[in-house]
Design a binder for this molecule. Structure first.
Ligand SMILES: Nc1nc2c(ncn2[C@@H]2O[C@H](COP(=O)(O)OP(=O)(O)O)[C@@H](O)[C@H]2O)c(=O)[nH]1
Ligand SMILES: [Mg+2]
Length: 393
């Protein structure tokens, strides 16, 4: 399952974001690792369900009236402080937690009410733009440290006649979540001395940066927009490529209100409806949240998850079915599963994601929308409904 990590300074709102994003997940029991520890849970990406093309909605647990929620893993990494790569704070432990992540949501306090160490200060007295690069810098330094500490062993290996720099570095970097293909791509983009003995600190640092940005891309979540100044937000928007204004607190309040049955709201909606009896104070609180939603087109929590999944990681959603006409599985469930796959994935990649047995017995695939057989090299499109014909199914 795709994995996103929330990183940032203490008090930026990571845990609030995490709680909101993982609350009211209908199907958590099906995902055993949701209970591995308290800071790893199931959140979702939001997309249009293909059942919108059918006469009736599919009725899947994760489909709400044609809005489909696809499970992803979310990790709440405890707060990082500057110097974490040297073990400051609880540094290394937390950087290790980032290892499993496919992408990082850098949550920062856009209101400037926490200083560089994450200590509360008077609102607006810290410039959050200074926090933008900090996660990236700590991760780069941390990875550089790992490469530096292991360079002796790379040099030793290089004396062997069948030495291959790509293999040696892949061994070193798998722990960071970098595949052999990732390492090869990074090396192609760099200029470096043939002989590891001649590598300089700058060469190793450049390698670390490239590997980090390829395997742990980052988007910025400008949290606490409800109390942030517009001027700061404008500057934040310019400081990074993808910046999502958000109110984690607002999302949490809405999801709790939904749980209590007093509000009608789907995560990612740009508005909500009050449907139950609430106190004047509660209503005033919700109306304040509505103002933020109206201004920013939602609370930003779902938008941040979606931006990471679909924009940063370039995923598509594909729906495997057994019956290409009814879009059902063997039990008659309509659109039972949704899989996130990287853009450019093929029917065989989908088969692999469903089950290795299905992949091994793969014969061909049928596009559920056109009912036509598709080639093995067909590039899946977002929202495709695919029947995989396999000796194993
Ligand atoms: N005003 C405002 N406060 C928020 C928002 N999100 C979180 N907070 C508050 O910020 C504080 C720190 O939040 P927490 O999630 O514990 O931060 P963490 O240390 O990054 O996990 C708490 O008091 C939250 O209620 C938000 O969107 N707006
Ligand atoms: Mg926390």
């Amino acid at each position: 399952m795709l994995s996103l990590a929330l990183a940032g300074k203490p008090n930026a709102g990571k845990s609030t974001f995490y709680t909101a994003a993982t609350l009211a997940d209908v199907d958590v029991a099906n995902y055993p690792f949701t209970t591995i520890d308290s800071n790893r849970g199931v959140a979702t990406a939001r997309t249009d369900c293909p059942c919108l093309d059918l006469d009736e909605r599919c009725g899947n647990d994760r489909c709400r009236d044609g809005t489909r929620y696809v499970p992803i893993e979310l990790i709440d990494v405890a707060g990082l402080v500057p110097g974490a790569h040297e073990g400051k704070g609880l540094g290394n432990q937390f950087l290790d937690e980032l290892t499993n992540a496919d992408a990082i949501l850098n949550v920062l306090d856009a209101s400037g009410s926490t200083d560089e160490e994450g200590e509360p200060v008077e609102e607006g007295s810290h410039d959050p733009v200074e926090d933008v690069e900090f996660i990236e810098r700590e991760m780069n330094l941390w990875l550089t440290g790992i490469i530096d500490r292991n360079w002796e062993s790379v040099k030793r290996k290089s004396r062997s006649p069948d030495f291959d720099i790509n293999d040696a570095l892949s061994d070193l970097l798998t722990g960071f979540g970098a595949s052999t293909a990732d390492v090869a791509a990074c090396l192609r983009s760099l200029e470096y001395p043939e002989d590891p003995i001649q590598w300089t600190d700058a060469d190793r640092e450049a390698l670390a940066k490239t590997v980090r940005s390829r395997t742990k891309p980052i988007i910025l979540v400008a949290n606490k927009v409800d109390i942030a100044s517009e001027e700061t937000l404008d500057r934040l928007q310019e400081a990074a490529e993808i910046v999502i204004p958000a109110t984690a607190d607002g999302e949490l309040a809405l999801r709790r209100a939904v749980e209590a049955g007093v509000v009608d709201y789907k995560p990612g909606d740009v508005d909500f409806e009050i449907t139950g009896d609430i106190s004047d104070a509660q209503e005033a609180g919700l109306e304040q949240i509505r103002e933020v939603l109206t201004e920013y087109g939602g609370t930003g929590v779902q938008r941040a998850l979606n931006a990471a999944v679909y924009d940063l990681l370039d995923q598509i959603t594909a729906y495997p079915v057994q019956n290409e006409t009814k879009w059902t599985d063997a039990q008659g469930n309509v659109l039972p599963d949704a899989f996130l796959l990287p853009e450019g994935s093929t029917p065989t990649d989908l088969a692999e994601a469903v089950h290795t047995d299905i992949a091994e017995g793969y014969l061909h695939a049928v596009n559920g929308k056109t009912k036509r057989r598709i080639s093995d090299s067909y590039e899946l499109e977002d929202g495709d409904v695919i029947k995989i014909v396999s000796t194993a199914s």
